[in-house]
Design a protein around this ligand. Structure first.
Ligand code: ATP
Length: 324
C-alpha cells in the first residue's frame, strides 16, 4: 500500500511541518510506503498533485491542511475513473470536513493514528459543472456577505457573528425571485438564500439537519424564504438551540439528489462552494452517491466541548439582541 501525504505548510498555525517526520513514521509503521508533497501558493498545487498521485497508483492520499486543501485534493481526484482513498489530517483553522468525520482536530499525531486505524467509508460528494464540493454549497445574500467579511469569517459561525454584531447596521437584504428545482418539486418565489449540504456540520454548527442520513445519496436543501434580518436571526437561533428551523414555514426543507437554482428577476445569485466563490446561478448541483472513500466516521455526531461553548455564546448574543 502506498500513501501520499499532501500537506500545506501555511495552513492554520503552521504546525504541520514540525510533525511531519512523526506522521510519516505512523504511516510507515502501519504498513504504508509513504511519501510527502509540500503544496505551494501556486493555484491548484494540491489539486494537481492529488490528480498526479492518483494516476501514479497511490492507494491513499492524505490531505494535511485546512478545508481549502481538502477541497483541492478532492477536486483533483473526483473526476478520475480510479480514485484513491482520501484521508484528512486537519491542520487548518476551521476543519469542517474533518469535524463531520470525527477526525481528531487538536492533535495532528492523533489524527494520523486515527487514519491508520479506521476504515474508509463511502461518502457522497456534490458536483456542479466540473467542480466538486464535499460539505456545502450556499447561494444568495449570505454568500455576498462572505466576500465582504474578513477571511476568518468564512465559516458559518463567522457569518453568524457578523450578522449578529452587525444586525442593526446591515443593509436591508433584498429578496431574490428564485426558482429552485429539486427531486419531485419546484419552489418559485422570494428567497434570500439557499443551502445545499452533504455533511451535518458547517462552520462548527451541527447538526444542520437532524433528519439527515449522511451518505444516502441526497443533499439537504434549505431555501430561506425570508429576507428579513430578524426572521433570519430567529431561524439561526432555532438551528443552534433545537433544530426546529427545519419545520419552520419560512424555510423550504427537502432531501433531494439534485438541485437547480435560478434567479428570475435579474438579480445576481452568487454561489459559494465549501467557502470559496463558485460562480453565479443558474446552477445545478448533483449528488454523486458514494463517489469517494474517505477515512472517518460521520455518524453519531456529538458536539465537542468547544462547539457547545460556541453555541452557548451565540445563544447569549441572540438573547442580548432580544431574538426569541
Ligand atoms: N506553501 C504555501 N504557501 C502559501 N500558501 C499556500 C501554500 N500552499 C497552499 N497555500 C494556499 O493555502 C490555501 C488553503 O489553505 P487551507 O484551507 O489549507 O488552510 P487554512 O486557510 O489555514 O484553513 P481553513 O480553510 O480551515 O481556514 C490555498 O489558498 C492555497 O493556495
Amino acid at each position: 500500500m502506498r500513501a501520499r501525504i499532501i500537506y500545506n505548510p501555511s495552513s492554520g498555525r503552521e504546525q504541520i511541518t514540525k510533525y511531519l517526520l512523526d506522521i510519516l513514521r505512523i504511516f510507515e509503521q502501519a504498513g504504508y510506503e509513504t511519501s510527502t508533497y509540500e503544496t505551494t501558493a501556486e493555484y491548484l498545487s494540491a489539486s494537481n498533485e492529488a490528480k498526479r498521485a492518483a494516476q501514479a497508483g497511490f492507494d491513499l492520499i492524505v490531505a494535511a491542511g485546512g478545508d481549502g486543501t481538502v477541497s483541492e485534493v478532492i477536486n483533483g481526484v473526483a473526476g478520475l475513473e480510479k480514485r484513491p482513498t482520501i484521508g484528512i489530517i486537519p491542520a487548518g483553522t476551521t476543519n469542517d470536513y474533518a469535524r463531520s468525520l470525527q477526525i481528531p482536530r487538536h492533535d495532528l499525531l492523533e489524527a494520523a493514528r486515527f487514519l491508520v486505524s479506521q476504515e474508509a467509508i463511502p461518502m457522497d460528494i456534490g458536483k456542479t459543472g466540473n467542480t466538486y464540493f464535499m460539505n456545502i454549497a450556499a447561494a444568495g445574500h449570505l454568500s455576498d456577505i462572505t466576500y465582504e467579511a474578513p477571511v476568518k469569517m468564512k465559516a458559518l459561525f463567522g457569518y453568524l457573528a457578523y450578522l449578529i454584531k452587525g444586525a442593526e447596521k446591515l443593509p436591508r437584504v433584498k429578496p431574490i425571485q428564485m426558482r429552485v428545482t429539486y427531486d419531485g418539486g419546484i419552489y418559485e418565489g422570494e428567497a434570500s438564500m439557499l443551502f445545499v449540504t452533504l455533511t451535518n456540520t458547517v462552520g462548527g454548527v451541527s447538526p444542520i439537519d437532524p433528519g439527515a442520513t449522511i451518505g444516502d445519496g441526497t443533499f439537504t436543501l434549505f431555501v430561506i424564504k425570508t429576507a428579513n434580518i430578524l426572521d433570519i436571526l430567529q431561524l439561526i437561533g432555532m438551528l443552534i438551540r433545537n433544530g426546529k428551523h427545519c419545520d419552520d414555514p419560512r424555510v423550504l426543507y427537502k432531501h433531494t439528489s439534485f438541485v437547480k437554482a435560478e434567479s428570475l428577476d435579474g438579480q445576481r445569485l452568487m454561489i459559494n462552494l465549501d467557502g470559496e466563490y463558485g460562480g453565479d446561478a443558474p446552477i445545478q448541483f448533483t449528488n454523486l452517491h458514494h463517489h469517494l472513500r474517505v477515512i472517518g466516521n460521520p455518524m453519531n455526531y456529538i458536539d465537542s466541548v468547544d462547539a457547545k461553548e460556541k453555541k452557548n455564546e451565540f445563544v447569549k448574543a441572540l438573547e442580548d439582541l432580544d431574538v426569541k
